[in-house]
Design a protein around this ligand. Structure first.
Ligand code: 5GP
Ligand code: ZN
Length: 146
């Protein structure tokens, strides 16, 4: 079942997994979402959560689909934590080539973390920005939010 939304993309490996036309180690599914293990895990339990409908990125996603992906991400993250007891976990999503996206069907990575696992995830710079830099950027974004 693919649910309401964009039609499956025949060339998309994740649509093929949803349809059962490509193999995957499935963990959980509901009518809107599917969770399965990443084929190239960074750490054991590295899992992907996807909408069953084909969406390339977050930028055109409807909030109902995003909420379904978020709910499954929460449920599966808690199950991974209970089952495997990693030291921590990153939730990661790449939107666009420059952000590191390689499969163009929206997905959340659930990435269990361990001490000294040699994965560096840095999500901030080294220097604080001044308010004169922050405020014009914030204003441009606020304008889009209405
Ligand atoms: P991205 O780089 O787009 O954020 O992540 C795509 C992820 O999909 C990669 O971590 C890659 O290992 C995984 N992947 C690619 N093809 C397959 C596949 O056929 N099956 C599974 N289970 N994972 C895949
Ligand atoms: Zn797809």
């Amino acid at each position: 079942m693919t649910g309401v939304g964009q039609p499956p993309d025949q060339d998309c490996i994740f649509c093929q997994i949803v349809a059962g036309q490509a193999p995957a180690t499935r963990i959980y599914e509901d009518p809107q979402t599917l969770a399965f293990l990443d084929l190239n895990p960074i750490n054991p339990g590295h899992c992907l959560v996807i909408p069953k409908t084909h969406h390339v990125t977050l930028f055109t996603l409807d909030s109902a689909t995003y909420e379904a992906v978020a709910a499954t991400t929460l449920k599966v993250a808690q199950a991974i934590q209970s089952a495997l007891q990693p030291g921590g976990m990153n939730i990661f999503q790449a939107n666009g080539v420059v952000a590191g996206q390689t499969v163009f069907h929206l997905h959340n990575h659930l990435l269990p973390r361990h001490d000294n696992d040699n994965l560096r995830v840095e999500v901030h710079g080294l220097q604080p920005a001044g308010v004169e830099q922050l405020e014009p950027i914030a204003e441009r974004i606020r304008e889009q939010l209405g």
